[in-house]
Design a protein around this ligand. Structure first.
Ligand SMILES: [Zn+2]
Length: 325
């Protein structure tokens, strides 16, 4: 067993990397402004740069690194090492990112969707420790889950299990970014919150959101809606309640289908706290059979902003231990 792994979180606005010890602590960090919405070659170069900076500045020998974990937003097929689609750039379609990076670095690389790796991180080092069956819910710009079954990440047949955000929950409901209508994400996400904010403004509702409409039709941020809600704005409060309600119905689906002992809720929107989480728990309880409700505990994430890095490293350690990396 080697003492370190490197976790690299390829996000939509930056790439964050860290040298992680077997205890889950980050020993050294590196961040670049490259991001997943760029062409593959740029992203690969940035990953390579991050790796080399960490090895050099962290003064670690490559021989002491178990593997590199790579988290990627969007759909991936982790076991096959592929990015399936990313940010409407055709160059990413079925791109073999794992093997290309492994070749450049000369080290084993594991690749998976960022939410899946967050599930592994919270399971190994955070709020999901000790739970044999667990789900991690990321509640942020989108909403999705990572599923741990029998202490192992479950990714499904083509790697895309856990797409809770695009489960249709309101037949004939509002359009979603995926092209369908009435998905969980059309309500319970940053995208959904912004859509509802525009809807209130356009419907002529009396709300302070009207003075905050972002330029060029860009998204309202969750923080803007929270800020207005905290000032007592009725429309903003209703939006957060609705987002929470649909999040809660989504949570009940997880319990009904997976029957996990722990659900860990994380992601930027979980920070809003009770204005979305209270209605979420009420809706979850209302839509879950009592015997299943009694079997599950819902807890907040523990690793916060470091989870992307720690989760990627956690999967690298876990795969090495299982003889897969
Ligand atoms: Zn959808």
């Amino acid at each position: 067993m080697k003492p370190y792994a490197i976790g690299i979180d390829v996000g939509g606005t930056k790439i964050a990397a860290g040298l992680v010890g077997r205890d889950g602590k980050i020993l050294h960090r590196f961040t670049t402004r490259a991001h997943a919405e760029q062409e593959p070659e740029l992203v690969i170069k940035a990953i390579e740069q991050a790796y080399r900076a960490i090895v050099k500045e962290g003064r670690v020998e490559a021989a002491n690194i178990e593997a590199v974990g790579l988290g990627f937003p969007g759909n991936t097929n982790g076991p096959a090492g592929l990015v399936l689609v990313s940010s409407n750039l055709p160059a990413w379609d079925h791109f073999p990112l794992r093997d290309v990076v492994a070749e450049r670095l000369g080290l084993p690389v594991i690749l998976d969707n960022d939410t899946n790796l967050c599930a592994v991180g919270e399971h190994r080092y955070g709020a999901g420790q000790g739970a044999k069956n667990m789900c991690y819910v990321t509640f942020s710009t989108g909403i999705g889950i990572g599923i741990i079954i029998n202490n192992r990440l479950y990714v499904g047949h083509t790697g895309t299990a856990g797409e809770l955000g695009h489960v249709v929950i309101d037949i004939g409901g509002p359009p979603c970014t995926c092209g369908k209508n009435g998905c969980v994400m059309a309500y319970a996400s940053g995208v959904g919150i912004s859509r509802m904010a525009y809807e209130k403004v356009e419907a002529g509702v009396d709300t302070q959101l009207r003075q905050m409409v972002p330029p060029d039709g860009r998204r309202f941020s969750g923080e803007q809606v929270v800020e207005v809600a905290q000032r007592g704005d009725k429309a903003a409060r209703e939006i957060l309640e609705t987002a929470g309600f649909y999040c809660g119905v989504g949570l009940s689906m997880i319990v009904q289908i997976i029957n996990p002992e722990t659900i860990v809720i994380g992601g930027g929107l979980s920070r809003i706290g009770s204005m979305v989480l209270d209605p979420a728990l009420v809706a979850m309880r209302e839509h879950t059979q009592p015997e299943l409700w009694d079997s599950v505990r819902v807890v907040p994430w523990q690793l916060g902003d470091d989870l992307g890095i720690i989760g990627a490293a956690a999967k690298a350690f876990a795969d090495a231990e299982a003889g897969l990396a």
